[in-house]
Design a protein around this ligand. Structure first.
Ligand SMILES: [Zn+2]
Length: 95
């Protein structure tokens, strides 16, 4: 997983504007996550990170939690779900 150079980020695929943040995740064929000030400000898992990056009002202790919430939410929106290491995946009752 790496963060590319901001100048190499493509524009938002939804609105065409410059992204606030972009992250390439090396899973499957590769997943490019986008954080857009316009498109993601009302998305629950992205809103806190958008507000911090857009306003520059960054609470240092909230950066990592907000980034983690956004990554997990954005990956889930692409069909990838996070299961913490060592945590049993509950597959529900067997009938
Ligand atoms: Zn956008």
């Amino acid at each position: 997983m790496y963060v590319g150079d901001p100048k190499d980020w493509p524009p938002c695929t939804r609105c065409g504007r410059e992204l606030l943040y972009s992250l390439h995740v090396s899973l499957g064929d590769g997943v490019q996550l986008e954080l857009c000030q316009l498109c993601d400000v009302e998305v629950p898992y992205a809103a806190e990170l958008v507000m911090m990056l857009a306003t520059g009002l960054i609470a240092a202790e909230r950066v990592q939690p907000a980034l983690t919430v956004w990554m997990h939410g954005a990956m889930a929106a692409r069909g990838w779900y996070h299961h913490p290491h060592g945590e049993r995946v509950d597959e529900g009752p067997v009938s």
